[in-house]
Write a protein that binds this ligand. Structure first.
Ligand SMILES: C[S@@+](CC[C@H](N)C(=O)[O-])C[C@H]1O[C@@H](n2cnc3c(N)ncnc32)[C@H](O)[C@@H]1O
Length: 245
């Protein structure tokens, strides 16, 4: 857009104890799309371009990625697409109001190959429950990864809270890839695992109890397709010949 139509797209998360105020952030009530660990915002910005009727919020820990995402949206005049710097796990667990979001997207969460960092993995029983809690009835959870062990853990546990459907190929809205990581992983010959899941209608106590019975995501992500928990899906030979980043 011409410079005089650029908009500010950064939004603060406010104090830790305070719930996120969607109305104050966007100035309207609209369907809401949340991207946890949005990277450079490729998915969120393209979704906002296609869906001006929806408010979009991306949360990202790394400031340069967040700046790029925010610039992309701002220079396109997308006032319904905003970005916040912060911990997306903390956001979904502690700040995002119950039943306030229509779609939660999680694309290529960091596998954290080092065993000492596995507790940083974005998906764990408490975050799956928090996503379920934050979604409105019938809300969508979209998940994607190129890490077979991460996929296996998620595909085993998420169906306890969501009606889980594997998406067989690229999303129709983005045949070349919805996110930068997807585009890069495909260029490396890695298989992409995608799912579209609808929140199950459960009472909160049942959902919490189901999450409490899930295994912690302590899988070995070091050698995709060859970890102790995952021999079912082999990466391509091109992928096998490359070391993970
Ligand atoms: C592999 S990248 C994927 C980025 C983007 N979703 C994509 O698919 O291109 C993982 C992203 O998650 C971010 N991230 C990891 N843990 C996070 C957290 N707790 N809160 C917010 N962002 C996080 C990283 O900074 C990184 O940008």
């Amino acid at each position: 857009m011409p410079k005089d139509q650029w908009v500010r797209t950064r939004v603060p998360l406010e104090r830790r104890s305070e719930p996120f105020d969607w109305l104050r952030a966007f100035g309207r009530v609209a369907p809401r799309v949340l991207d946890l660990g949005c990277g450079n915002g490729l998915y969120l910005v393209s979704s906002a371009l296609r869906r001006p009727t929806h408010d979009h919020l991306g949360i990202e820990l790394v400031p340069p990625a967040l700046r790029l995402a925010s610039l992309r949206a701002g220079q396109r005049g997308l006032s319904h697409c905003k970005f916040a710097w912060g911990d997306a796990t903390e956001f979904i667990v502690s700040r995002c109001p119950t039943a306030s979001v229509d779609e939660v997207h999680l694309y290529h969460p960091q596998p954290y190959y080092d065993a000492s960092k596995v507790d940083r993995r974005q998906l764990a029983p408490r975050t799956l429950f928090a996503i379920w809690r934050a979604l409105v009835p019938g809300g969508l959870f979209v998940f994607q990864t190129d890490n077979p062990a991460y996929w296996k853990w998620t595909a085993e546990h998420a169906p306890r809270l969501f009606d889980w459907h594997e998406q067989p190929g690229p999303w129709a809205d983005a045949p070349a890839g919805r996110t930068l990581r997807e585009i890069r992983a495909r260029a490396q010959g890695l298989e992409i695992f995608r799912a579209l899941a609808t929140r199950l209608e459960l009472d909160a106590a049942t959902a919490e109890a189901r999450a409490a019975n899930m295994r912690a995501p302590t899988f070995d992500a070091n050698k995709p397709g060859h970890g102790p928990e995952d021999t079912s899906r082999e990466p391509s030979s091109a992928a096998r010949s490359r070391r993970r980043p």
